[in-house]
Design a binder for this molecule. Structure first.
Ligand code: DQA
Length: 152
């Protein structure tokens, strides 16, 4: 099969995001993770990018996905779920990735419980998008496309 020339963006989802649509819909909305990923894929295609998605419940699986993206994927969009707030091995894995990294949250952790105020991902991300519900993901794809275009 011919190799695609499209740049690939890895879209990572951390623990419990597989339950989007069922889990605390008053906070996270009623769309499923599949609904979000479909919109991400459509937006990416419009911007000349392709996506690869990984949904993982554990930090090891996410760290391995980041390792496998090194030198292969152009950028990473990541919603690490609660790992955002304490998983320093995730921070270190992302620090090993050369391309743009956009941290995404559906809710705005800064307005929630104090333990959600720290992000171990933010210091190694190009930027963070939080609090826009389903639009957070779409904005993240636009951010990645802008960052990649600037690199060219
Ligand atoms: C979240 C925010 C986190 O604090 C939380 O643990 C999640 C979802 C968000 O998308 O708003 O699982 O990352």
């Amino acid at each position: 099969m011919a190799k695609s020339n499209l740049q690939t963006v890895l879209v990572l989802s951390g623990p419990n995001l597989n339950l989007l649509g069922q889990r605390q819909p008053e906070i996270y909305g009623t769309d499923s993770l599949q609904d979000h990923m479909r919109r991400v894929g459509e937006t990416a295609a419009q911007l000349g990018l392709q996506i690869e998605t990984v949904s993982a419940q554990g930090v090891a699986e996410i760290v391995e996905a980041i390792h496998s993206a090194r030198g292969r994927c152009a950028a990473i969009i990541i919603n690490p779920g609660a790992l955002t707030h304490f998983a320093w091995s995730l921070h270190d894995a992302l620090a090993s990735f050369a391309g743009p990294i956009v941290e995404v949250h559906l809710s705005n952790p800064a307005t929630r419980e104090s333990w959600r105020h720290e992000s171990v991902v933010a210091p190694v991300a190009s930027g963070s998008i939080a609090g826009f519900g389903a639009d957070s993901y779409v904005f993240a794809v636009h951010a990645v496309a802008t960052l990649l275009a600037k690199k060219k």
